[in-house]
Design a protein around this ligand. Structure first.
Ligand SMILES: Nc1nc2c(ncn2[C@@H]2O[C@H](COP(=O)(O)OP(=O)(O)O)[C@@H](O)[C@H]2O)c(=O)[nH]1
Ligand SMILES: [Mg+2]
Ligand SMILES: [Zn+2]
Length: 213
């Protein structure tokens, strides 16, 4: 899976965390493409800080100028890849530019910062040994993984989690947690950990709710 990211629309890091976690828990390799670097070069830095140890690759491209697209095409060769992410980040524009297609793209609404849904169904395009499934994109998602699976779905935690006191440590309230230590020492990026705790809380609440009803 490739998560396409850009600015605009304002990147939703919680959404990327959930997508990456869901992919990792199903052993689907995950990379990020930061698009629209012609507009916002800083976005790539933020994405790298948050996700360089969480995904396979991070590419920086512009569907407008063509920058970085050859490298992306090289990586995509021989693969079947789903383009996911927020709407209006440029998923369809990248497919058009990569394949010389002319599929409909949409604008980011200035008012809502959301994209107009011009891609309404998932579509597969195959050229040059690359198969891309373009999707409509979404604005939010519910994560549907068990808490133990979730705790294992953060690749940058696993180097440390083997040292946690409890084998079933969720790295939240447990004592002698090496993941928390690594966050304090800066070896794990703090913002990503803070969002982890937030999503973990949501998963716990959902579990409680599911038990009740
Ligand atoms: N400046 C700039 N605009 C882009 C780029 N890629 C896409 N766009 C614009 O972003 C808008 C949304 O693109 P679209 O491909 O429909 O996004 P999708 O919803 O992710 O498929 C369109 O107005 C595109 O022209 C880019 O690299 N640079
Ligand atoms: Mg689209
Ligand atoms: Zn731990």
């Amino acid at each position: 899976m490739v998560i396409v990211v850009a600015n605009p629309p304002e990147p939703d890091l919680y959404l990327f965390d959930k997508l990456i976690s869901t992919a990792n828990s199903s052993e689907i390799p995950c990379s990020i493409v930061v698009n629209k670097v012609d507009l916002q070069p800083k976005t790539a830095d933020i994405i790298r800080k948050n996700y360089q140890s969480a995904v396979e690759n991070i590419f920086t491209v512009s569907a407008k100028t063509g920058e970085g697209l050859e490298e992306l095409a090289e990586f995509l060769k021989g693969k079947l890849v789903v383009f996911s992410g927020q709407s209006a980040v440029g998923k369809t524009s990248i497919v058009n530019r990569l394949f010389g297609e002319n599929k409909r793209t949409g604008e980011v609404s200035v008012k809502t910062q959301k994209g107009k849904q011009t891609t309404t169904v998932s579509e597969i395009t195959e050229r040059r040994g690359i198969s891309v499934i373009d999707t409509p994109g979404f604005t939010s998602m519910d994560i549907d993984v068990e808490e133990d699976v979730f705790a294992w779905s953060y690749p940058e935690f696993t180097a440390f989690s083997s040292g946690c006191k409890f084998a079933d440590c969720r790295h939240v309230n447990e004592p002698d947690c090496m993941v928390k230590k690594a966050v304090e020492s800066g070896e794990i990026f703090k913002d990503r950990y803070l969002r982890y705790k937030e999503i973990f809380k949501q998963i716990k609440e959902k579990q409680k709710y599911d038990k009740k009803y």
